[in-house]
Design a protein around this ligand. Structure first.
Ligand SMILES: Nc1ncnc2c1ncn2[C@@H]1O[C@H](COP(=O)(O)OP(=O)(O)OP(=O)(O)O)[C@@H](O)[C@H]1O
Length: 738
């Protein structure tokens, strides 16, 4: 249905037509330039890279213009001062050919007025108009008159919230929508807060934490373009389902330099699909595991108790504990990572073996000074270094290790665990023991920690690395370079300098990877050590201390937006305050609270707050912005629970029509109910952060038995209708009002 054809609607449609025509023109121009660049003949590398850069630029421009097609312009402000021209607000800024601004970007400072003006403080604004469009057609207009005098004259309502209510009542389709048209003042303040420091956005379910965090990403990329376009923004969400749910919002907001990840996806190349109990995950997430990993690495730098014999050219040499200790100390003192410092260790040990060998074969039978000089010893060192057996023996003492090898070896050995994890209790250590084969979600932060200690030879942790040909090429280069090795034996402390010290074949190969054609997000995804300009963490209450460590490493400037709700935290080790999460890091952090729930209607909140009170976290009760007119219902199913759920899903589906229905329950029940038509059947963990028009919580007492916070999450997923199906009369807090 189009807007009633009032003169005002007609005028706005004309304006919209003009805007779309301008955007079409800009798209055509970009397409023409893209075509031109593609056809251009290039003579050399410089011209080629110029052409490639242009191609990328125009492709991005076209993608941006495509992304803003829906809802291009959504608002208009009229001012009290008649000399001030109306401002049109949209997803991007658009200028006419002559330079006149046709559309103001919502993220700009000028655009901000649209969100902040209220009847109490109109800031020169007479009227805020929301334009609802479908495709390029205007569907309806919604006016809020903020100037009291004008309102009295025209009979219009003051500060009407029609646009917000329409957005909140809309059916949920399974993908999150942006809220640019209806950002509320308390949300706007958070979205536009300064980039620096750690800002915690705390609020009850449905207060818009996710929405605000995503819009903040878009705003920051706009406001701090230069810095963030180079470094990108990392967004962490609790699960893949959740990332899918929010992934459409950002392109809609016209941003692509954002990487969306779950904590389990933080290390490229690792697939964390190994199941694990909560108890094991809880131990692995504890902060003490950082020390355990450090010890596990140190344990791999071995000093033998007794001298170990080494055979070289028929002579017996020795790996002597005191010399190995000195070599280990020297390697550790470099301050380098384990794999980088390994060369120092190997060279020191080889130098000692070369000295022993020279002492034996250069011995003057007449008892004079050793007949062999420095150059001879250097030559022996090269020969010893190329002896595979000896290298293998030294490698045992200080092996090159990937993070995966380290952890696999650690968790497979009771002895290694006992040595590295002495700080843990015996039963906690027992939880860590397991057979090799795959990674769990909690392993990922440990792999990341291990990779930090081990250093860059973590080939297994890298994806998108150099090709086999590149490595082969690099190896050739090294073979040539190795021939030019030079030595300095004068001083025991001095180092053998070889090409291998400064270039390793992997490094060389890697530097050849062509980086021009991938976006910041793609490059960051392939690089464990990528440093982001800003990190946004949603459902932050779920992260373990080890996961926080991994995240803090990814943003050295410590610029974070952290959205979460402690009352929704899962698991026995859930934090009870933000100070508990952030107190220990020496960070500059602050908490901003959102107080209004836009999702959960009053009727449902009436049940949910009783669970919240029973949880007992120190958080204000949320206020619902609206009522839905639907009282939550209860159905006691007895033995026929599955059948009753099925029937109720069908009834709910009829009630919500195009809208979405979800069943939320325990993992056991979810497995039994999977496959019900017309509803998503989810565990609480999977449902976290998501929303549906209608939600049926099945077996609430069983959900509550896994934690009241889980029940609180389950009860707050619905935008309109909530039902409860229980095997027996439920007893959870809040059941009494059903
Ligand atoms: N200003 C707004 N205008 C329109 N819709 C809004 C606004 N703020 C929030 N919403 C909507 O309210 C719903 C809840 O928002 P969101 O999912 O961001 O809440 P949340 O605080 O992250 O919830 P949870 O704690 O359950 O994860 C979403 O549908 C969101 O689009």
């Amino acid at each position: 249905m189009s807007a009633a054809i009032t003169p005002a609607a007609k005028a706005e449609q004309t304006r919209l037509d003009g805007l779309y025509a301008r955007v079409d023109r800009l798209r055509d121009e970009a397409a023409a330039r893209l075509g031109e660049a593609g056809r251009r003949h290039v003579e050399n590398d410089q011209e080629r890279s110029q052409r490639d850069a242009e191609t990328l630029l125009y492709r991005r421009r076209i993608a941006l213009l495509d992304a803003v097609e829906e809802g291009l312009c959504f608002g208009r402000l009229d001012y009290i001062d008649p000399a001030e021209a109306p401002m049109y607000l949209g997803r991007i800024g658009v200028h006419a050919e002559g330079g006149e601004q046709l559309l103001v970007d919502w993220r700009s400072e000028a655009g901000r007025r649209f969100y902040l003006a209220t009847a109490a403080s109109p800031a020169g604004v007479r009227r805020r108009r929301h334009l609802h469009t479908k495709g390029r057609r205007l569907r309806s207009l919604n006016d809020e008159v903020l100037d009291l005098d004008a309102a009295a004259d025209s009979g219009s309502s003051i500060g009407s919230e029609g646009a917000l209510m329409a957005a909140l009542d809309a059916a949920r389709t399974g993908a999150m929508k942006d809220i640019v048209a209806t950002i509320q003042a308390e949300q706007d303040r958070i979205i536009r807060a300064p980039l620096e420091g750690v800002m915690i956005v705390d609020g009850a379910p449905g207060t818009g934490k996710t929405a605000v965090a995503l819009h903040r990403a878009a705003y920051l990329l706009y406001e701090h373009r230069e810095r963030l376009k180079r470094q990108g923004v990392l967004i962490i969400g609790p699960g893949r389902q959740f990332l899918r749910y929010i992934s459409d919002v950002l392109p809609g907001l016209a941003e692509t330099d954002v990487l969306l990840r779950t904590p389990a996806q933080l290390v490229p190349g690792i697939v964390a699909d190994r199941p694990e109990t909560e108890a094991v995950a809880a131990v692995k997430g504890r902060a003490v595991m950082a020390g355990v990993i450090a010890s596990a690495v140190a344990d791999r730098q071995v000093v033998p108790r007794e001298p170990l014999p080494v055979d070289f050219e028929g002579h017996e040499l020795w790996l002597r504990p005191e010399k190995i200790t000195a070599a280990r100390d020297a390697a550790r003192e470099t301050g380098l990572t384990h794999n980088e410092a390994r060369e120092t260790f190997h060279k020191r040990v080889i130098a000692d073996l070369a000295t022993q060998y020279a002492d034996v074969i250069g011995e003057d039978p007449l008892g004079g000074e050793n007949l062999l000089g420095l150059a001879d010893r250097a030559q022996f060192a090269v020969e010893i270094a190329s002896d595979a057996v000896i290298r293998g023996q030294i490698e045992e003492l200080w092996p090159e290790l990937s993070a995966e090898e380290l952890l696999e070896d650690l968790f497979a050995s009771r002895e290694r665990i006992a040595s590295a994890a002495a700080v843990l209790k015996r039963d906690e250590r027992a939880l860590l023991l397991r057979r090799p084969g795959g990674w769990s979600e909690a392993d990922v932060a440990l792999l990341d920690e291990a990779a930090e200690h081990l250093g860059e030879v973590d080939r297994g942790l890298r994806s998108g690395g150099p090709s086999a040909e590149q490595i082969a090429y690099a190896q050739d280069v090294l073979t040539i370079a190795a021939g030019s090795a030079s030595f300095d034996f004068e001083d025991e402390e001095s180092e053998l300098l070889q090409a291998t010290d400064v270039i390793d074949e992997f490094w060389l190969g890697e530097r050849q990877v062509d980086e021009r054609f991938v976006s910041v997000a793609e490059r960051a995804a392939a690089d464990r050590r990528w440093i982001f300009g800003h990190v946004i963490v949603d459902e932050a209450q779920e992260l373990s201390p080890m996961e926080w460590r991994a995240l803090l490493r990814r943003c050295v400037t410590r610029s974070f937006t952290v959205a979460g709700d402690l009352a929704q935290a899962a698991g026995p080790s859930a934090p009870s305050s933000w100070a508990e999460v952030f107190g220990g890091w020496g960070l500059d952090w602050r908490v901003e609270r959102l107080t209004v729930s836009y999702r959960t209607p009053k009727e449902i909140m009436n049940v949910a707050v009783r669970v919240l009170d029973a949880i007992g976290v120190d958080a204000p009760r949320p206020r619902s912005v609206r009522a839905s007119g639907h009282e939550p219902w209860l159905e006691v199913a007895g033995e026929h629970l599955d059948r009753v759920v099925e029937e109720q899903v069908a009834a709910e589906k009829r009630a919500v029509g195009e809208g979405s229905v979800a069943v939320v329950t325990t993992a056991e029940r979810a497995a039994g109910l999977a496959g019900i038509a017309d509803a998503a059947v989810l565990t609480v963990k999977q449902a976290k952060g998501l929303e549906f028009d209608s939600v049926i919580v099945v077996d609430p007492d069983a959900v509550a038995a896994t934690g009241l916070r889980n029940l609180y999450v389950a009860l707050t997923r619905a935008t309109k209708r909530l039902g409860v199906v229980a095997p027996d009369k439920p007893v959870f807090p809040g059941a009494e009002v059903l």
